[in-house]
Design a binder for this molecule. Structure first.
Ligand SMILES: Cc1ncc(COP(=O)(O)O)c(C=O)c1O
Length: 378
């Protein structure tokens, strides 16, 4: 008798490089806290991959984004534009800075910030926007050539939430180098992980210094003297050790994500009931978490259930933040796109070490499942 097939997980880390050796090195050398050689190495590598001169490592992406907002001068009472389609951490970092998120809708083509709505908000929003956070959703770049000039003209900082966009290219330029500062996440479900971790990158040396100081209680020198109220947000050497081992294999991991995405894209081509996640012609997405758009929320539920029955792990993806209780009273400019997407997106297994046979099993399960005609299908 054959048993049930193995579970195919949604997205698991691949720790088969130098992770264990570097962790052992941390213990052997007695560098387990936030000082230590791996932290600096991690920062150097992230800065290089982002094409940015400075990187500041932090305990997670949310903290790095908060540090970026503070470094950019965002203060309590300010209003900061964020896309309605994002992970809650984007808006939560704004709230942590004492500011108010202003939710702007995304485009149907890219699921990223709609430049037309940003232009409208910059012209009409009161109080005026103090900063903009753009999100490269699922590792797909936002349309920066349309967005950056609007921020420059308004004289306000543009911060990239590039949580999952390390390695993504916008018209050949690296995500992370396209605004005034950018954040990456190294959470366990990202293409590469540090266990938990984040980084702020910027070309502005003053911002980097300020963010770094704020991440270590804003202490100046070796005495207990503080120039501001800071935090303990610095990444530990232990986490950085995992991060460095992962970064050593970054190109292979990114290539694997893109290969897996290409296989799903081809499998879905021509289907009217499932649409692959966006891929603009001008973008080379980092293809973080491969996701599909179903015809309806009911179809998405049905797909999740069908694949669960085949021992395949999937997950519903982000929903409109502005409609949820903690954010409902925040200002917004919405076109209805994010509301339309909400509940209809399902993420499929895409660990970097997903085997060909495993992916073939997922594709077979998708073939076996048929939904209603997708509203957005051409
Ligand atoms: C778009 C986005 N922003 C922010 C974050 C927060 O990063 P972290 O979980 O490292 O705090 C994430 C994490 O998944 C994310 O996807």
């Amino acid at each position: 008798m054959t048993g049930a097939p193995d579970i195919i997980p949604l997205a698991e880390p691949d720790l088969r490089g130098n992770e264990a050796a570097y962790l052992a090195q941390c213990v052997r050398d007695n560098w387990v806290s936030s000082a230590g050689p791996f932290v600096r190495d991690f920062e150097r590598r992230v800065a290089a991959l982002a094409g940015s001169p400075h990187a500041v490592a932090a305990v997670n992406g949310t903290a790095a984004l908060y540090l970026g907002l503070r470094a950019a001068g965002v203060k309590p009472g300010d209003h900061v534009a964020v896309p309605d389609f994002t992970f809650a951490a984007t808006a939560n970092a704004v709230l942590l800075a004492g500011a108010t998120p202003v939710f702007l809708d995304v485009t149907r083509e890219t699921w990223t910030l709609d430049p037309a709505l940003l232009e409208d908000a910059l012209a009409r929003q009161t109080p005026p926007l103090a900063a903009v956070i753009v999100v490269h959703a699922l590792g797909h770049p936002a349309d920066m050539d349309a967005i950056a000039p609007l921020c420059a003209r308004a004289g306000i900082p543009l911060i990239e939430d590039a949580a999952a966009a390390l390695g993504a290219l916008y018209k050949g330029r690296r995500c992370g180098s396209l605004g005034d500062a950018a954040m990456f996440s190294f959470n366990g479900n990202k293409t590469i992980t540090a266990g938990g971790g984040g980084a702020l990158v910027t070309a502005n040396a003053d911002w980097a210094e300020r963010a770094s100081a704020l991440s270590t209680q804003a202490r100046s020198g070796t005495r207990y003297r503080h120039f501001a109220a800071g935090f303990n947000f610095r990444l530990t050497n232990v986490n950085a050790a995992i991060g460095v081992a992962q970064l050593e294999r970054f190109e292979d991991m990114l290539a694997a994500k893109r290969r897996i995405a290409g296989t799903y894209d081809r499998a879905l081509a021509g289907r009217a009931d499932l649409r692959p996640m966006p891929r603009a012609a001008w973008a080379e997405s980092a293809c973080w978490l491969y996701s599909v758009l179903c015809a309806s929320a009911a179809d998405a539920d049905s797909l999740v259930e069908a694949l669960k029955g085949a021992n395949i792990e999937t997950r519903h993806f982000w929903e409109s933040l502005s409609r949820q209780e903690p954010y409902r009273r925040a200002p917004s400019r919405l076109s209805g796109v994010c509301a339309e997407l909400s509940g209809r997106i399902v993420s499929l297994p895409c660990s970097t070490h997903l085997g060909q046979e495993q992916q073939a099993r997922v594709v077979a399960a998708l073939d076996a499942w048929r939904g209603a005609r997708c509203k957005d299908a051409a």
